[in-house]
Design a binder for this molecule. Structure first.
Ligand code: NDP
Length: 308
């Protein structure tokens, strides 16, 4: 029997447990999923929550930590965790992120707010929005989510530039690595889909925000620390940035007195851009257990040195 320890809240268990049990039952060997296995009994850690295990040393026979979330910044630096870490890729995260990013990109591109909030009987605006082909978009981060969003926006006609650590070739996207300023040059919409690491902190700051087109829109479903908040607020005041749609923050929940809440040029969404969906995620986890049991390499492994 293979023992998979479920780590998460009761709510996580209610959400993910049934799909995991159903999917594990289809594996060619028995897997016992439980929140009650001791560390010494555990073969795989299936982890939903954050900060629920601090000392991984007792997991002496475990083969991998299989994460149900995409981000790993809370565990990747834990010195007691020497197991392979596989993060969630797919599992509905990509589809949800494509929808959220496309919706918020189109909101700013079309200028929807003008009409949604301007129903006052005055026929004041007879200018149609530009076409997508006239609106350069830059996506910082070309991983599972950034690449999917970039390709969706390119399909709509946006000229998409993407930026990543290593050089890439992705159909429909002008892929750059190196100086982030080059990737931001002239961008009218900037989307952040970088992981949180020491290298990505404050990627958007006064200097890099100055490289976008004047009046650009920022959309951040990545992580809060990717943006220097004071510099963004200054750029919003100066008009360099017209609006920021922010889903993630340095402190979550975003404190009620944070200037972002009341700022007329900021839209706050409560870290809902995308979420792992139980049924497709269970298949990703099960496939990694199958791989672990048949001597094949795990999918979606985290690089500890890089931190993502
Ligand atoms: P990936 O690891 O697949 O992709 C990360 C991308 O960022 C890669 O292209 C990587 O480059 C690039 N990158 C990392 N470090 C640097 C750097 N220093 N300089 C330039 N580029 C860098 O992650 P995902 O696409 O799966 O997810 C991205 C992030 O989205 C997650 O880490 C998480 O923070 C966030 N997220 C937010 C959600 C929400 O609801 N708001 C939901 C899910 C995820 P390279 O390709 O060269 O490795």
């Amino acid at each position: 029997m293979i023992n998979a320890l479920f780590v998460g809240t009761d709510a996580d268990w209610s959400e993910f447990g049934p799909s995991l049990l159903t999917t594990f039952a289809e594996l060619p060997f028995p897997v016992d999923l439980s929140a009650d296995h001791t560390p010494e009994q555990t073969d795989y850690i299936v982890m939903a929550g954050s900060n629920l295990i601090h000392d991984f040393r007792p997991f002496t026979r475990a083969k991998a930590l299989l994460r149900l979330w995409a981000g790993v910044e809370d565990i990747v630096g834990n010195d007691t965790l020497t197991l392979p870490i596989a993060r969630m890729v797919g599992g509905g995260l990509d589809a949800g992120m494509v929808e959220w990013v496309t919706a918020h990109t189109l909101r700013h591109h079309i200028g929807m707010d003008t009409h949604i909030h301007g129903q006052d009987g005055v026929w004041r605006n007879d200018t149609p929005p530009p076409l997508a082909s006239e609106r350069p978009v830059t996506i910082l981060g070309l991983g599972a989510l950034g690449a999917a969003c970039g390709q969706a926006l390119a399909t709509l006609g946006f000229p998409v530039t993407g930026w990543s650590r290593s050089p890439k070739q992705i159909e429909g996207i002008r892929c750059l690595s190196g100086d982030v300023g080059d990737a931001l040059e002239g961008a009218q919409i900037v989307i952040l889909l970088l992981p949180r690491t020491p290298d990505t902190e404050n990627t958007l700051n006064a200097q890099t925000l100055a490289r976008t087109a004047r009046g650009a829109f920022i959309i951040n479903p990545g992580r809060g620390p990717l943006i220097d908040d004071d510099d963004l607020l200054a750029a919003l005041s100066s008009g360099q940035i017209a609006h920021a749609t922010l889903d993630v923050f340095r402190v979550e929940p975003l404190p009620a007195d944070h200037p972002y809440w009341a700022h007329p040029q900021v839209t706050v969404t409560p870290h809902i851009a995308s979420a792992t969906r139980a049924a497709p995620a269970a298949k990703v986890i099960a496939e990694n257990i199958r791989r672990g049991e048949t001597g094949q390499p795990f999918l979606h492994l985290v690089d500890r040195q890089l931190g993502y």
